[in-house]
Design a protein around this ligand. Structure first.
Ligand code: NAD
Length: 350
């Protein structure tokens, strides 16, 4: 039988991206829904063929322990709820796929990892780009065809609509844990690490003063620098008040790599330039067969559980990004002074 997922939180990402993606899964299917709004759960349950007995509220969620159709719980809730629902899911004896950012503090991440180990179940973080063939092509080029990696630049941003509930919790620190960096900058942080296959040893960040009171609790716009032992440097920005952007550039001693968009849902691209002429990208954009990142991600946990093979995005991976993000906030809140992140480079080749 297919590996069964319970989806917790029926918001924008769950409804628009994840639920439809099961149609293209080979090994996974959705078998339960968990929501605070039972009429929404019933409506979606009907659409996806899920019976009333597999619909749960946040309050009676723990009953999922007795649901044999559910192998894993996919947590797609506001960030500050990730840790509690992960622990509850492990207590119910299920595997967990948890959205990024893994949690809002390092302590929560540690609790989540410990709970998974105690339950003997897998914990995966929803880094969908790890399943994008365009990202894989970029990593291959970064390893083989640019000389020594020197400078990364990365920018992620979007506009905020404060009337849309999906943005409201993002503006509330207690629910989001932070602003543009937590939500969008994390793609640049994680991307810089997998592109260089190295972790930064020092970070520095500056939060720009908010341009609108709606951003008073969180970073509207943040810029940062990450320094690496190899001598490489990554600089990045994230903003909640710009036209949508998702860019990644890697400058090596012999060639340049450009991704724009880098981390979108469907249409990422990568180009490679060796000409020495900054105006000409000598290699045309690569043609890479499209692959549904969301379905591949859902299947990946199913395969990992069935064959006991390693996960592409573990809890430890998610925690390292949260640690770096917290260090960046620490820097930004202390006059942008450098903060050491030299915790040991545990990264293995992905
Ligand atoms: P959303 O606001 O659209 O959905 C969140 C859901 O949580 C809603 O159904 C809401 O009702 C529910 N919820 C439960 N308790 C809540 C509370 N106390 N306050 C507010 N909402 C509550 O948000 P979203 O965009 O779907 O994001 C959810 C998670 O998914 C976040 O962690 C986000 O970072 C992540 N996400 C990841 C990607 C990706 O590409 N990997 C994309 C979008 C969102």
């Amino acid at each position: 039988r297919k590996f069964g997922y319970a989806i917790v939180g029926l918001g924008k990402y769950a409804v628009n991206q994840i639920l439809p993606a099961f149609a293209e899964c080979e090994y996974a299917k959705v078998t339960a829904l968990v929501s605070g709004d039972m009429s929404k759960a019933r409506r979606l349950g009907k659409h996806y063929g899920i019976e009333e007995s597999h619909l749960y509220t946040y309050d009676n969620f723990d009953k999922i322990a007795q649901d044999p159709e559910v192998d894993a719980v996919y947590i797609i809730l506001p960030n500050s709820l990730h840790a509690d629902f992960t622990e509850r899911s492990f207590r119910a004896g299920k595997h967990v796929l948890c959205e990024k950012p893994m949690a809002v503090t390092v302590e929560e991440c540690q609790r989540m990892i410990a709970a998974g180990k105690k339950a003997g179940k897998k914990l995966m973080i929803g880094y969908r780009c790890h399943f994008d063939p365009v990202t894989h092509k970029a990593i291959e080029l970064a390893r083989t065809s640019i000389g020594k990696p020197q400078i990364i630049s990365t920018d992620n941003g979007d506009n905020t609509d404060p009337t849309d509930p999906t943005y409201q919790w993002r503006l509330t620190r207690a629910l989001s844990g932070g602003g543009a960096l937590m939500d969008l900058g994390i793609y640049g942080v994680n991307g810089s690490r997998y592109m260089l296959n190295e972790d930064p040893i020092e970070v520095q960040a500056t939060i720009m003063p908010p341009s609108d009171p709606m951003f008073r609790e969180i970073d509207e716009t943040i810029v940062w620098i990450m320094r690496y032992r190899s001598g490489a440097v990554a600089h990045g920005s994230a903003s909640f008040n710009v036209n949508a952007m998702s860019r990644f550039n890697l400058q090596g001693t012999e060639a340049s790599l450009r991704m724009d968009p880098a981390t979108s849902y469907w249409c990422n691209s990568v180009s490679h330039c060796t000409s020495g002429d900054t105006h000409t990208w000598s290699t045309p954009m690569f043609t890479i067969p499209a692959l549904n990142q969301f379905s591949a991600q859902l299947d990946h946990l199913a395969i990992s559980v069935a064959n006991n093979t390693p996960l592409a995005a573990t809890g430890e991976e998610g925690m390292q990004d949260v640690r770096l993000i917290r260090a960046m906030y620490q820097s930004a809140n202390s006059g942008s002074r450098p903060v050491s992140t030299d915790w040991g480079d545990w990264r293995k080749t992905i």
